[in-house]
Design a protein around this ligand. Structure first.
Ligand SMILES: Cc1cc2nc3c(=O)[nH]c(=O)nc-3n(C[C@H](O)[C@H](O)[C@H](O)COP(=O)(O)OP(=O)(O)OC[C@H]3O[C@@H](n4cnc5c(N)ncnc54)[C@H](O)[C@@H]3O)c2cc1C
Length: 513
């Protein structure tokens, strides 16, 4: 198996982790990405000299990356400086109220008590206990299990786990489940928003997605130098173990020979042979035939999938005034239901969006802030229509107007100038991540079965393996990293079984060793 050739299509987190783990096992790994740098969605945008994280900004489940690096013989803290955030996020509403959530749950409960009274604090404690039970069960039975099926989940969860899951009313909607704990609509909105971390509507997602709130409560880290550095670090570690990276190398076809993946053909026509191929592109790209017929047949049809959220983002280097930003701040829309109805039903940009601002130069609580212009990522949710009825330039301009007017209304004035900001729209995301329409998280988690409909790492074509946020266990940096680890394991097991069957097929069934 050592020296077997593996092509990894895509240097997103899933591809990088698969490449690192396979290179660490001595396989000859070539990573091909159509982009210019590692990271995929974990990209950065340059505004003058300022380099701004334009993708993920909330880093959770640190132990996942610790374990992966340890498997590759490295230590995360030798390569990256991570600081735990004491203040997880600040939240603001139109009535002028703000609420901070903290890593320390007692501090959060006290803050919620001041914000919404004793009933709010009690509701939070009960919600937290329920979310913790779900998280405990799902982390081992689902997230770390390689097979996304209800049967496998029940088998791994055991009796206690199933009881915890049933207690979480897995068939209920998240929004309804939150109503059992929070009479204050603002708290329901705050905890419902976690559904958007998987690109879903809180009004359609299952109650089990309360696990995301728990994941954040379990720890958020700030990465010194920015999140994009995580991708660069993984790429460097993989290179140090022998992997080769080629950028601006678009794969046009996954080749199959004698019933196995046999390599890839680039858009340039170049052919690269391999014993196994890991595909880190969205599974939708395989399913619509962007990688050729053999790859199309290798994955389940995705036509029944509801695409997850896209976004409109603005990276800015700008002075801000007024509202006391934390590192992560959320400014809520007044009518949350209308926001998601616009996106998922009318497939339109919301008239009044909820706005997330990452003030990247600030400490977690915002007390350490730069004096002059600062690096900001401003994000609003958008429909994944980047390949069909994409928002027009006029609609994007109105969305920008509505977004910054909303911030101003809640007290935050951002002095933006056209030369110090860069927008990314659903159409741009669709161009970067083909066949997605700009959906950033694979299929939406709408309904309790959606989680089981994501494909696992193995495909119907031996030697072709999947990794990334559109496959099991789902989107988000730690999940995509776990998918890369499943992909590496699937490649190793596929190559081992190929060797066994080739040995068995030899005259006399003799071992070749
Ligand atoms: C704006 C934004 C904010 C987010 N916020 C968070 C957050 O705060 N916390 C969090 O945990 N997650 C967040 N996410 C989600 C997280 O970034 C993703 O789930 C994760 O990074 C996806 O990784 P992936 O492995 O699926 O690869 P991707 O990032 O999807 O990368 C896939 C790679 O494949 C390449 N590729 C595709 N087709 C081809 C081809 N034909 N040939 C060669 N290469 C190809 C692409 O160029 C790309 O580099 C956010 C995402 C976005 C966009």
């Amino acid at each position: 198996m050592r020296n077997d050739r593996v092509v990894v299509i895509g240097a997103g987190i899933g591809g990088l982790v698969a490449a690192l783990l396979l290179a660490a096992r001595g396989l000859a790994v070539t990573v091909l990405d159509r982009g210019a740098a590692p990271g995929g969605k974990m990209r950065e945008v340059a505004i003058g000299d300022a380099r701004i994280d334009a993708g993920p900004t909330v880093f959770t489940l640190r132990p996942v990356l610790d374990e992966i690096l340890a498997e590759a013989g490295a230590r995360l803290d030798h390569h990256l400086t991570l600081r735990p955030a004491g203040l997880l996020a600040r939240h603001a509403w139109d009535d002028g109220a703000t609420l901070d959530l903290f890593a320390d749950p007692d501090q959060s409960a006290d803050a919620i008590g001041r914000f919404a009274g004793a009933a709010g604090a009690a509701g939070y404690r009960a919600f937290r206990a329920r979310a913790r039970a779900v998280c405990r069960t799902l982390e081992h039975a689902f997230l770390r299990g390689s097979r996304p099926s209800p049967v496998a989940l029940v088998a791994r969860a055991g009796v206690g786990g199933v009881r915890d899951l049933l207690g979480a009313s897995p068939f209920a909607r998240l929004w309804d489940a939150l109503g059992e704990h929070f009479a204050d609509p603002r708290l329901r909105q705050l905890f419902g928003r976690y559904a958007t971390y998987s690109g879903s509507s809180p009004f359609a997602a299952p109650a089990t997605l309360m696990l995301i709130a728990q994941v954040e409560q379990a720890g958020v880290w700030l990465v010194e130098g920015g999140m994009h550095r995580v991708a660069r670090t993984l790429a460097c570690l993989a290179e140090a173990r022998g992997a080769t990276f080629r950028y601006r190398a678009e794969v046009a076809e996954i080749l199959a020979e004698r019933g196995r993946a046999a390599g890839v053909r680039l858009a340039s026509g170049e052919r690269i042979d391999a014993e196994a191929v890991v595909c880190n592109a969205d599974v939708a790209a395989l399913a619509v035939g962007l990688f050729g017929e053999a790859a199309r047949r290798a994955v389940p049809d995705q036509r029944d999938a509801v695409r997850s959220l896209s976004a409109v983002t603005w990276c800015l280097h700008a002075p801000v005034a007024g509202f006391p930003l934390a590192h992560h701040t959320v400014f809520f829309a007044r009518d949350y239901a209308a926001e998601f109805a616009a996106i998922f039903r009318r497939r339109a940009l919301p008239a009044e969006p909820t706005v997330y601002v990452c003030a990247q130069d600030r400490s977690d609580d915002g007390t350490a802030a730069p004096a002059g212009p600062e690096r900001l990522l401003v994000l609003v949710n958008a429909p994944p229509t980047g390949d069909a009825a994409a928002p027009t330039p006029q609609e994007i301009a109105s969305c920008e107007q509505a977004t910054f007017a909303r911030l101003a209304r809640l007290g935050l004035v951002v002095e933006r100038t056209a030369d110090r900001m860069a927008a990314t729209t659903p159409r741009d995301f669709a161009a970067m991540f083909p066949a997605t329409g700009g959906a950033l998280y694979g299929r939406a988690m709408h309904g309790w079965q959606a989680a089981f409909r994501r494909p696992g790492a193995a495909t119907r074509l031996p030697g072709l393996v999947l990794a990334g946020g559109s496959v099991h266990p789902g989107p988000g940096v730690p999940m995509a990293a776990l998918s890369g680890r499943f992909a590496a394991a699937a490649v190793l097991s596929d190559l081992a079984s190929m060797r066994r069957s080739r040995r068995a097929a030899m005259p006399g069934g003799m071992s070749m060793r």
